[in-house]
Design a binder for this molecule. Structure first.
Ligand code: ATP
Length: 459
């Protein structure tokens, strides 16, 4: 079995997503709505698993972080204090010839489809004939109105990040969680940005999900926690199977830093298009709590009863995107292999815990009582893990289908099963088949799912 080199292209991953119902363009029957996507069954399962693994790392595997789910609509003064009303802008330029719109800071790396049609050999900004406007600052926040009366008093914004919902709840959480710095508040939820140039399927969209955690620490410890969270977050991706060679930590230069940050590093993944950000880890210092304390008049500080010390904690923030991470896991898992019989199989080598379906159960033939046995196996596995029953088409076709959605194990009921109560257990990556007792399946598979995983991609 041989793996072809460099088989992954964005087009292939997008085609598989569509073919197998992971991700579709949204509003398709109305011609689509630019850069919005819907997740189908397997996409929902995969993205849910990605978020669950993030929660597991934040909540289950440690005891210094608590969870929060704040509202998408928040008081408009939140965005004044955070600096978003004033400064959450991108520089935008328009091409007067083709009417396309670009981010001025992305002109060099623009998607190939955005070539000015008037001058096919030239990219906007590159030739003397291109007719670009001056860059204008464009606020990325979506505005809406709250309540039945549409006046300036009722303006609200769809949150462009989940982080601010955490800062404005700092006091509540401190009071009810009985935590003291260093401790964190974690949140997963939708954010909205009116991006000028979205693209590459779900990599950059106007509506997306973030997984953000704000870690509050004594200011003197900020640097050490910054270092530790960079490593922690890098390791999360590799533990879940991303090839370490395709992942890097890139420290921002001073001129790249946001207004609130004294240091930021991005976890970047080598997508087919380029190295691109999956997550940012920032040392936000005391900026946010100070800004909200000033704007709201509330004290947002920690009082240490032991030492009598009172201080505003510094904040270390790992901010990840659930859709981007999901896309990276898909791209990294995608493989095309030539089998011994010359057939090419497309397979998603997803970490079993990320795989949408853990086990597919199939009767070899649709008779002789095999479907009934297979269905009873499904019933016994259902409460343990995501299980699918599949009886349509040849066994080879069914295996191919499960390979394409990344199912790590297939159980096949055959003639022998009727005689001795054993089934075939096929492994997605090694293609080995072993005979196991039906009664052993739930514990055996649950055990394999819980085990640390060695990625076959590294072999
Ligand atoms: P970019 O530079 O790519 O616009 P950013 O630095 O503005 O991203 P952050 O504000 O740090 O992004 O948001 C944290 C994470 O949220 C990003 O690393 C990314 O995974 C995700 N994210 C941000 N914007 C989008 C978007 N438009 N679509 C999908 N995911 C996004």
């Amino acid at each position: 079995m041989a793996s072809e080199e460099d088989v992954v292209t964005m087009d292939k991953v997008v085609a598989l997503c569509k073919r197998r119902g992971f991700i579709f363009a949204s509003s398709e029957i109305y011609g689509g709505l630019g850069s919005t996507y819907d997740y189908g069954h397997y996409g929902v399962l995969l993205k849910t698993n990605v978020k669950n693994e993030w929660w597991r790392a934040m909540l289950q595997e440690r005891d210094d972080i608590v969870a929060l789910d704040s509202a998408i609509l928040q008081h408009p003064r939140v965005w004044k204090a955070s600096g978003h009303l004033e400064g959450f802008t991108d520089p935008m330029v328009d091409c007067r010839t083709c009417k396309a719109r670009f981010r001025a800071d992305h002109l060099a790396e623009r998607a190939p489809g955005l070539v000015c049609p008037q001058k096919p050999s030239k990219l906007p900004g590159e030739g003397p004939d291109c007719d670009l406007t001056e860059a204008r600052e464009f606020n990325l926040m979506f505005e809406t109105t709250v309540g039945p009366v549409k006046d300036s008093g009722s303006i609200a914004y769809l949150r462009p990040e989940t982080a601010q919902g955490i800062f404005i709840n700092f006091k509540n959480v401190l009071q009810f969680s009985r935590k003291k710095p260093p401790f964190g508040i974690a949140q997963v939820g939708k954010s909205f940005r009116n991006e000028i140039t979205p693209g590459n399927i779900t990599f950059r969209t106007r509506e997306f999900e973030q997984m953000e955690m704000e870690f509050f620490v004594p200011p003197a410890e900020a640097q050490q926690w910054y270092e530790s969270w960079k490593q922690e977050r890098f390791d999360w991706y590799t533990r879940l199977g991303i090839r370490p060679d395709s992942l890097r930590l890139r420290e921002h230069d001073a001129d790249e830093l946001s207004h609130y940050s004294s240091a930021t590093a991005d976890v970047e993944y080598l997508f087919p298009m380029a190295w691109s950000e999956l997550e940012g880890i920032a040392n936000r210092g005391q900026f946010d709590l100070t800004a909200h304390a000033t704007e709201s008049g509330e004290k947002l500080e920690y009082f240490d009863q032991g030492s009598g010390e009172r201080y505003i904690p510094a904040v270390i923030e790992p901010a990840a995107g659930a859709d981007r991470a999901t896309l990276a896991f898909l791209v990294d898992a995608y493989d095309e292999e030539t089998l011994e019989n010359g057939e090419v199989r497309t397979v998603l080598k997803l970490h079993p815990r990320l795989a949408p379906v853990k086990v597919a159960v199939m009767p070899l033939v649709k008779k002789d009582g095999q479907p009934e046995i297979a269905k009873s196996i499904v019933a016994s596995l259902r409460g343990v893990m995501q299980t699918e029953y599949d009886e349509g088409g040849s066994i080879g076709k069914r295996y191919r289908r499960q390979d394409e959605i990344g199912t790590p194990w297939c159980v096949t009921v055959d003639h022998e099963t009727l005689a001795d109560g054993t089934v075939t257990l096929r492994d997605r990556d090694t293609l080995t088949q072993e005979r196991v007792e039906i009664n052993d399946l739930p514990a055996l598979l649950a055990g394999r799912l819980a085990m640390p995983w060695t990625s076959p991609k590294l072999g």
